[in-house]
Design a protein around this ligand. Structure first.
Ligand SMILES: Cc1cc2nc3c(=O)[nH]c(=O)nc-3n(C[C@H](O)[C@H](O)[C@H](O)COP(=O)(O)OP(=O)(O)OC[C@H]3O[C@@H](n4cnc5c(N)ncnc54)[C@H](O)[C@@H]3O)c2cc1C
Length: 305
């Protein structure tokens, strides 16, 4: 029995609600809208089923990759051979108690920010326009406008690669610029407790509206992308470097350096992941040649190229 047949057999026998899809087109699951097909995608329906699934996968040593909303991944054009575990809309419970939002990993940051605003809690305004899940955001230490997940993550529940269930303190997660120890260890995020502060509902909403407007004005949100393609090198602004390298609007295949924000590579129509990676390589080469600065990608590449 192949490893995929093995998983499907297990799901059919033991997991009532978990969904699975063969040859799933990853263009439907990534905000870049590129990539080949995943041989098998599994979408767990609740945390108990996800834990049973992971216990089985670990016991059988089946290779897997985890994804959330797909807003920071680039999938290879030849697709993904490992089983893809997609943690999003089914695991999106949000419970607010006092100053704490207890959220499942698949909840979208936009929904969590709205929910905490309704409860008069401030601290997550920065995240309202980041189009990812809480799981992906904790792993990436997502941030904007001077704040990051590190500022709110009080506690995170993870499943380790060995199948251990751990509750980790935010202060132990080694958060850095777009990184965390969860990312380096490859743990799977199940839940997070976010610590917020009491605030004025109208003020919180006003800040969220202003930040969303700022994004709409400065970012090419009308095109598929994964947000900022590169990490910000210390002492520089990525968009400015790329613009000064005369690459604004530069296009390879269907991938283009956004004219609105040169820090974004966008899909202007039927780009392949190959087009995007070629363009990324060209930008890196030019910026290094002209300014001696190494640009490191923020977006994470998975699957076969
Ligand atoms: C228009 C646009 C604007 C953006 N703006 C910002 C911004 O301002 N700031 C910012 O930081 N990012 C930004 N991003 C990038 C992206 O939204 C964030 O990095 C987001 O946190 C990724 O979440 P996700 O659920 O989409 O994760 P995915 O893209 O699905 O995955 C990202 C990484 O996290 C891992 N992962 C996902 N879920 C889990 C889980 N439950 N357990 C373990 N690992 C997991 C994946 O394996 C992968 O390595 C933007 C993207 C877009 C498209």
């Amino acid at each position: 029995m192949s490893s995929n047949e093995n998983i499907v057999d297990f799901i059919k026998k033991q997991l009532v609600a978990t969904e699975y899809y063969f040859n799933e087109d990853m263009k439907k699951h990534t905000t870049f809208k590129t990539g080949g097909t995943a041989d098998l995608m599994v979408v767990p329906h609740n945390i108990p089923e996800l834990r049973l699934l992971m216990r089985h996968i670990i016991k059988e040593k089946i290779p897997y990759v985890v994804m959330g909303h797909g807003s920071n991944i680039l999938v290879g054009d030849k697709g993904i051979r490992e089983v893809v575990i997609k943690i999003d809309k089914n695991l999106n419970n949000i419970a607010v108690k006092g100053d704490i939002a207890d959220v499942e990993a698949g909840a979208l940051l936009a929904d969590v920010s709205k929910e905490v605003q309704k409860n008069g809690l401030s601290g997550l305004e920065f995240a309202c326009g980041i189009p990812g899940t809480v799981g992906g955001a904790v792993v990436m230490n997502a941030g904007a406008y001077g704040r990051e997940m590190k500022d709110v993550a009080e506690e995170v529940v993870v499943l380790t690669k060995a199948g251990e269930l751990l509750t980790l303190k935010g202060s132990d997660l080694e958060f850095g610029y777009r990184t965390s120890s969860i990312q380096t260890k490859g743990d799977l995020v199940l839940k997070a407790k976010l610590r917020l502060q009491k605030g004025d509902k109208d003020e919180i909403q006003k800040t969220m509206d202003e930040l969303v407007m700022k994004r709409e004005q400065s970012q090419p949100l009308e095109y598929p992308s994964a947000g900022s393609t590169f990490k910000r090198p210390q002492g520089y602004f990525t968009g400015k470097l790329i613009q000064e390298a005369n690459l604004s609007g530069y296009q390879l295949g269907g991938a283009q350096v956004s004219k609105k924000h040169a820090g974004f590579v966008i899909n202007v129509g039927n780009a392949t992941t190959g087009d995007i990676l070629n363009l990324i390589g060209h930008i890196q080469k030019e910026v290094k040649r002209l300014f001696g600065v190494e640009l490191e990608t923020e977006v994470r590449v998975i699957g076969e190229l």
